[in-house]
Design a protein around this ligand. Structure first.
Ligand SMILES: [Zn+2]
Length: 173
């Protein structure tokens, strides 16, 4: 749980150790997820022809969810009209689910073009971390480091339980 690597957060590294301590090798993390070569903790929450929805691989932060395109494209500007619709629709659905399931009541949404494969972070703003690190984009790096460095089995179980709840929620689509 040490060795925090900033590159892991942007999906540019070639090796990841996930929250279940499994090691994955990949050229592009989002492509590996889309092709089923990297199994996310708890499995994919949802997928269709255009997008995948899953919990973050490496940070055991409850409700930290990532929506990625299946195509290896870099920018929101590269999306087709259909992909635009799917991406925003499922981002909205994740946020709605997190609130309705009472996992978190506020999120920060982030997309960085420095990552080679388009993915969007839906980052949960839990009160306990807001008190410790503040809120918004500026606090994300510190929260991720803290959560990763201090994770215990209970945190991991909570994340996995949330994945199961979200899977059920998405089944009702
Ligand atoms: Zn890719």
């Amino acid at each position: 749980m040490s060795n925090f690597n900033e590159k892991n957060l942007s999906g540019n590294s070639k090796i990841a150790v996930d929250i279940l301590s499994r090691t994955w090798k990949y050229d592009c993390m989002s492509c590996a997820i889309a092709k089923g070569k990297l199994e996310l903790p708890g499995g994919l929450i949802y997928e269709n022809d255009y997008i995948t929805v899953g919990a973050d691989t490496e940070i055991p932060l409850n409700g930290f969810i990532i929506v990625a395109t299946k195509r290896h494209i870099n920018s929101i500007a590269d999306l087709t009209e259909k992909e635009c619709h799917e991406l925003i629709y499922y981002i909205a659905k994740v946020i709605k689910a997190l609130k309705e399931l009472n996992i978190v009541q506020e999120v920060t949404v982030v997309q960085e073009e420095r990552s080679k494969h388009l993915h969007v972070w839906i980052f949960p703003c839990h009160e306990e971390y807001k008190k410790m690190f503040g809120s918004g984009v500026g606090s994300i790096k510190a929260i991720c480091k803290y959560v990763k460095d201090n994770a215990n089995k209970e945190n991991v179980q909570t994340c996995l339980s949330t994945v199961q709840k979200l899977k059920e929620y998405f089944k009702e689509d």
